[in-house]
Structure formats: structure tokens, C-alpha cells
Ligand binder design. Structure first.
Ligand code: UD1
Ligand code: CA
Length: 459
């Protein structure tokens, strides 16, 4: 096999997005478009992936990090000029170079592999990935000659009326013989409607040198849509969502309403999980088998065990064990560690706290900066008073403790093993093991008080 290289074009501003965010960084299902492209390339065995950066170069480099080499295109003079920036790194190499646009997030490694195979089998100098477009507006059109081979590509803005009727489009993805590519690029001019150095002009240049040009037509155009504006972005989002959801369903996940379920590309879901409608699963989340998530639940960067049920809740950056019950309407904030069989009920907020096995916080509580042991029961309305306006302090509630309803636990404080806290207490000192602590005003009953006032008023 010859050496293979890839160049990703990602230097454009993306004027049509009308956005502060550089085009290729716009996320599709939570992952920047250019990252989708580079991830697919990296799953092929390539010698080198080079991303051409320009607008927002620093940000694009930050996102891709080690996954790509970078070259800078200082001025955005066109896609041909963009590829030329990789000349220093590539021009002496023998082999095949794939060029991909950073704004085609749906392109798959399988298609790129098929394109490479076609290119090799045909022994072509250049092969274009083409597609039949139901609406080719905006795309470059593939002009074929009378024996049906590709002659050249004409940009929408340069096309005549007859060329505009062509529905076979240039997807912006190509394979080139590396040396032929850089030689032909020297001859590309900017004499066209946009005054740009067009990469597709390389096709016509090679063709005129009697080199073999291949075309590989993809059956499903969906995979190759180029995202130039937010209408296309929404289309890409919809297609990516469908692709991801179908993959999970084929792997044994039940998704009740796939049209209204958003699962980011890196989320892992075990079999027999049920995802109810309206869920958004983001980041590096993983979900164990037989869990039930939703309806209407948002989870980011969480590890969730098996048989856990999370309903109408929000959870972020936390570890949640097996057979845990959460919600409805709970908020699990970063750095929560929730062990197996814990129950967290409605209107409970947990932040940076550990809750050990079998503990329960069933209603209306705030647990922040706390260490809660095993089999602890935290009554309705309990609050860990963790913040004095400057610092945060730890609340420890040891195994088997029982905290009565509406207690304030003023941190730093420890409730010892098996201790009881009476309902309505405000605790600011340690409660020893097995003790009962009552920290509230005593009840005084004033007999006949009401009667007296009422009589008084009549007089
Ligand atoms: C391009 C193709 C068109 C094809 C379409 C497929 C050209 C001239 N046209 O058009 O034939 O149908 O893609 O989606 O190539 N870029 C740079 N530097 C530049 C200009 C662009 O890095 O100087 C990058 C952009 O960031 C983008 C990619 O190249 O990721 C494509 O540029 P874009 O302006 O989107 O080209 P299209 O008009 O879509
Ligand atoms: Ca484009």
C-alpha cells in the first residue's frame, strides 16, 4: 500500500454562518464539525493528517490538539491556496493525499476508505467524491464529457445556465496522487467569479495533461452535506442524531422516541437500557445495562451504573452507581459520587458530595460538600449549610444516621454513626455516635390565648 496523507481545510471564516464562532468549530451533536472529520480520518491508517487553519487558528488547534498537524493559511485566498500551505510538509512525498473540507461532518471513514480503494483500483491521478444532489444550489457541479468521464468542476457562481442544471455535485472530498496535486496547484489561477484559487481547478489541469481522473459517486448525499449556514447545520444535526441513535438501537438500546433523543457521539450505552423521550446525553457519559433514563433528562459526563433509574433530572460530571433511583426533578451537580442503591428524590440538589450505599435523600434537600455514609436517611428539607460567603466546609454524616426533616447542618460539622437529629434542628456542633440531638426552640403553648384576644377585641 502506498503512503496516505490527509489535508483538512479549516481556515475559512464561514461568513454564511453569521457567527462569532468559526465555522468548523460549530458543534454537530455536541462535537465540533472539524473534530468529526479528523476523528474519521484518524480511524484510517494514514501517515499524517494536516489541518489548514486560518480564522480562529488557535481555537481550532486547541480543539484538535495532538490529533492533527497544522499549517497556517494567513489569508483565505481559496481552497486551492489552502492546500498549498501543506506543500512544505508534503510535496516530496510519494503517495496519495485525501483532501477533505472541515465543514462536512457526516463523512464516514468507510466512505473515505471506499474512495481510496476506487482511486487505487482505477490508478487515477485524482478521484472526486461526487453525489447526486436533490438541490445542488451552492455546490460545485461535476462536468462530464461525452464518454462520461469527469472533465472539470465548475463552481455554482461560475456556472452557465446549462451547467447549473447538472445535479451531480463535488462533495469537496478528493484523493490525489500527492506529487501531481502539488504540481497542478502551481498552475491554478484566481481568474473566476470569486477571485479565489479553487482546488477543484486541479481536476481540469490534470485532465488537460491527459491524466486519469476518477469519480466515485456516493449513493446517499446525506453523508456529504457541506455546512455553510445554520440551515445546513440543523440538517447535519438531524442526520447525525439519527445515525447515532440507530447505532445504539442496533446495539440493543431501546430509544422510545429517536426524533427527540440527543446522544453525543462519545456516549456509551449498554444493552437493554431504555431511553425515554426528550433526553439529552452529552460528553463522555456511559450508561450501564438495564438503566432507564428519562423522560426529559439531561446528563453530561457521567458514569451511570446498571439498573439505575433517572427521571426528569439533570446530572453533570458525576459517578452514579447501580440500582440508584434519581428524580423526578433532581439536580446532580459536578463531583457527586453516588453509590449503589441510593435514592435521591424530587427537588434534591447534590453537589460535590459522596453518598454511600443505601442512603436516602428523598425530598427537597441541598447536600453540598458532604460525605454521607451508608444507610443514612436524610429527611425532607434538610440543608447542608456549606458556605459562609467566603469558604466552603465539609459536612460528615456517618453510617446509619437519621437526620430529621428541615434540619440545617452548619458545616464544618459531623453527625456521628447512628445518631439522630431531631426535625427542625440547626446543628453547629458535632453530634456524637448514637446520640439524639435536638437544636430548636422549645414549644410553649399559651392556653386560651386565642380566645382571650378575640374577647378582648369585642370589648
Ligand atoms: C467547496 C467547493 C465546491 C464543493 C463544496 C462542497 C471550492 C472552490 N469549492 O465550496 O466545489 O461543492 O465545497 O461542500 O473548493 N477554506 C480554507 N481556506 C480558504 C477557503 C476555504 O481553508 O481560503 C476551507 C473552509 O474553511 C471550508 C472548506 O475550505 O472548510 C470549503 O470552503 P467553502 O468556502 O465552504 O467552500 P464551498 O463554497 O462550500
Ligand atoms: Ca462548504
Amino acid at each position: 500500500m502506498t503512503n496516505r496523507y490527509a489535508v483538512v481545510l479549516a481556515a475559512g471564516q464561514g461568513t454564511r454562518m453569521k457567527s462569532k464562532l468559526y465555522k468548523v468549530l460549530h458543534p454537530v451533536m455536541g462535537k465540533p464539525m472539524v473534530q468529526h472529520v479528523v476523528d474519521q480520518l484518524n480511524s484510517l491508517a494514514l501517515e499524517k493528517v494536516i489541518t489548514v487553519v486560518g480564522y480562529g487558528a488557535d481555537k481550532v488547534q486547541d480543539v484538535l490538539g495532538e490529533e492533527s498537524h497544522f499549517v497556517l493559511q494567513k489569508e483565505q485566498l481559496g481552497t486551492g491556496h489552502a492546500v498549498l500551505q501543506a506543500e512544505e510538509l508534503l510535496k516530496d512525498q510519494e503517495g496519495t493525499t485525501i483532501v477533505v473540507c472541515g465543514d462536512t461532518p457526516l463523512l464516514t471513514a468507510e466512505t473515505l476508505e471506499a474512495l481510496l480503494d476506487h482511486h487505487d483500483n482505477e490508478k487515477a491521478k485524482a478521484t472526486v467524491l461526487t453525489a447526486k444532489a436533490p438541490d445542488p444550489t451552492g455546490y460545485g457541479r461535476v462536468v462530464r464529457n461525452n464518454i462520461n468521464t469527469v472533465e472539470r468542476i465548475v463552481e455554482h457562481k461560475d456556472a452557465n445556465e446549462q451547467e447549473l442544471t447538472i445535479d451531480e455535485i463535488n462533495t469537496g472530498t478528493y484523493c490525489f496522487d500527492n506529487k501531481a496535486l502539488f504540481e497542478a496547484l502551481q498552475q491554478v489561477s484566481n481568474n473566476n467569479a470569486q477571485g479565489e484559487y479553487y482546488l477543484p481547478d486541479v481536476i481540469e489541469i490534470l485532465k488537460q495533461d491527459n491524466e486519469k481522473i476518477g469519480a466515485f459517486q456516493i449513493m446517499n448525499m446525506d453523508e456529504t452535506i457541506g455546512v455553510n449556514d445554520r440551515v445546513a447545520l440543523a440538517q447535519a444535526e438531524k442526520l447525525m442524531k439519527k445515525r447515532i441513535n440507530e447505532q445504539h438501537m442496533r446495539n440493543g438500546v431501546t430509544i422510545i422516541d429517536p426524533d427527540h433523543t440527543y446522544i453525543a457521539p462519545n456516549v456509551q450505552i449498554a444493552s437493554d437500557v431504555v431511553i425515554e423521550p426528550g433526553c439529552v446525553l452529552k460528553g463522555e457519559t456511559s450508561i450501564g445495562s438495564d438503566a432507564v433514563i428519562g423522560p426529559y433528562t439531561e446528563i453530561s459526563d457521567c458514569v451511570i451504573g446498571s439498573e439505575t433509574v433517572i427521571r426528569q433530572s439533570v446530572a453533570k460530571n458525576s459517578d452514579i452507581g447501580d440500582r440508584v433511583q434519581i428524580g423526578p426533578f433532581a439536580h446532580i451537580r459536578p463531583e457527586a459520587k453516588i453509590a449503589d442503591e441510593v435514592k435521591i428524590g424530587n427537588f434534591v440538589e447534590i453537589k460535590k458530595s459522596t453518598l454511600d450505599q443505601n442512603s436516602k435523600v428523598s425530598h427537597l434537600s441541598y447536600i453540598g460538600d458532604a460525605e454521607v455514609g451508608k444507610r443514612v436517611n436524610i429527611g425532607c428539607g434538610t440543608i447542608t449549610v456549606n458556605y459562609d460567603g467566603e469558604n466552603k466546609y465539609l459536612t460528615k454524616i456517618e453510617d446509619d444516621a437519621f437526620v430529621g426533616c428541615n434540619s440545617n447542618l452548619i458545616a464544618p460539622v459531623t453527625i456521628g454513626k447512628g445518631a439522630y437529629v431531631a426535625a427542625g434542628s440547626t446543628i453547629n456542633k458535632e453530634v456524637p455516635e448514637e446520640a439524639l440531638s435536638i437544636a430548636r426552640a422549645r414549644q410553649t403553648n399559651k392556653e386560651d390565648y386565642v380566645k382571650k384576644i378575640k374577647n378582648g377585641n369585642k370589648e
